[in-house]
Design a protein around this ligand. Structure first.
Ligand code: 4NP
Length: 166
């Protein structure tokens, strides 16, 4: 493998402390288990600057850990350059999706910006609900949605992205 063949996936939410760092962690967990970690780089960011430099929300870390997934990330805001650097940009909800399109270069890379639940086998195209003002039940619901969505997304990676060269 050379670094040219590594595919880069960016998960995007509002604050980058709940949904998108969890999506990044679940993706990395599953990709590691498949032995494909060298082929994919995953990162996450927020459309806002509310939590730049912050650790993920402790409720996200705790819930993910209960579900066997370790979440480590430092909050950062989406930048124009990200749209060029990443091969696929997955927004958690429609608000995040529309915020991405406020960046001047988004139109020219429209095909690689998607709603993550396009890949949800149970409720295609819905939003990942924001759990920030919610309870443990809401954090578990977000975990379950992202877990099945990313599981299904990974089965389609070859179609969504160009297959990594051997
Ligand atoms: P996230 O959740 O977008 O899933 O990280 C939120 C985190 C923080 C805020 C809103 C949503 N906030 O308003 O600070």
């Amino acid at each position: 493998m050379n670094c040219m063949s590594q595919k880069k996936i960016l998960f995007v939410c509002l604050g980058n402390i709940c949904r998108s760092p969890l999506a990044e962690a679940i993706f990395k967990h599953k990709i590691n288990e498949l032995g494909l970690a060298d082929w994919y780089l995953a990162d996450s960011c927020g459309t806002s600057n509310y939590h730049v430099g912050d650790e993920p929300d402790p409720r996200t870390i705790r819930n993910a850990s209960k579900n066997g997934v370790s979440v480590r990330h430092t909050g950062r805001q989406l930048q124009e350059d990200d749209l060029d650097a990443f091969d696929l940009i997955l927004a958690m909800d429609e608000n995040n999706y529309h915020s991405i399109f406020r960046l001047p270069n988004a139109r020219s890379v429209k095909a690689k910006i998607k709603l993550i639940r396009e890949f949800d086998p149970l409720a295609k195209g819905e939003n990942v609900p924001d759990p920030y003002y919610g309870s443990e039940k809401d954090f578990q619901q977000v975990f379950d949605i992202l877990d099945r969505t990313i599981e299904n997304f990974i089965t389609q990676l070859d179609q969504v992205l160009l297959k990594p060269e051997a």
